[in-house]
Design a protein around this ligand. Structure first.
Ligand code: DGL
Length: 267
């Protein structure tokens, strides 16, 4: 199946999922759209994020003929997953369910935490996803407004980020969690700062990595994997914002596969 996997996020965050998918499924073509012209999604009303997610997902299907859509954004998953699953003609893979499943498997004490955008945490999506696993886990949630903005500016370490992390992570630290889920695809870029603030006894789980595994399972089950004999995989990157900034910072964050970027507009 030579069609690409489609993937979208509000900006650079989904590149953590793209990196994991490229590593795990090196023969797959990929089309990634970062909606940097309209980021951040976190503070926006759910209905607006849902509409953006529908525009992006339908563009991937209609304009790029993707064989599956990976919603590489927790905020969009929380707002739009049910609609996307109901209306898209291809498999839809989200970040919330794989992350929640990995979290309940990783916690030893049952005291677990999740951090995400205001939209994701406010939606209760992780409370529902963790409850749906049936595991005896007590979940403490904390919204981290500001983290996404640092990543979008390319500032992933330093004193300012650490001061903000100290303040925003206090609720999950005080709850004594032994495992913390990074419930926003931007956050793996801040993993060193977050790990430093949380301390060595806390295990970090990335929803981005878990989603790559879920993507492999979904494509395998649907018989949609691309043959390794089909030549090199192509990776395309599009942005609704400043294209040269997307290419420059994107290459730093993702790696050499992001050679250049093209523009994306909702029509
Ligand atoms: N990367 C998105 C997420 O996983 C965040 C986005 C934003 O606030 O734009 O939630």
């Amino acid at each position: 199946m030579d069609r690409p996997i489609g993937m979208f996020d509000s900006g650079f965050g989904g590149l953590t999922v793209a990196r994991a998918v490229i590593d795990l499924l090196p023969h797959e073509h990929l089309v990634y759209i970062g909606d940097t012209g309209r980021y951040p999604y976190g503070p926006r009303p759910q209905a607006e994020v849902r509409e953006f997610a529908r525009q992006l997902a339908w563009s991937l299907v209609k304009d790029f003929d993707v064989k599956a859509v990976v919603v590489a954004c927790n905020t969009a998953s929380a707002a739009a997953l049910d609609d996307l699953k109901a209306e898209l003609p291809v498999p839809v893979i989200d970040v919330v369910e794989p992350g929640a499943k990995a979290l309940v498997l990783a916690t030893r004490s049952g005291e677990a935490g999740v951090i995400g955008t205001v939209g994701t945490i406010g939606s209760g999506a992780y409370d529902r996803a963790v409850a749906a696993t049936g595991a005896e886990v007590h979940l403490t949630s904390a919204a981290c407004p500001g983290f996404v903005e640092f990543v979008e500016r390319g500032q992933t370490s330093g004193e300012e980020v650490t001061i903000l992390a100290d303040r925003l992570l206090a609720p999950v630290k005080d709850a004594g969690v032994d495992t913390l889920l990074l419930g926003c695809t931007h956050y793996p870029y801040l993993a060193r700062v977050i790990a430093d603030v949380m301390g060595p006894d806390v295990t970090l789980v990335s929803s981005a990595d878990e989603t790559a595994f879920a993507t492999r399972v979904a494509l395998t089950e649907a018989g949609l994997l691309r043959s390794p004999d089909g030549g090199p995989a192509e990776h395309r990157f599009l942005s609704s914002g400043d294209i040269s900034w997307f290419a420059d910072l994107g290459r730093r964050l993702l790696g050499p596969e992001l050679r250049d970027a093209a523009g994306w507009r909702h029509d």
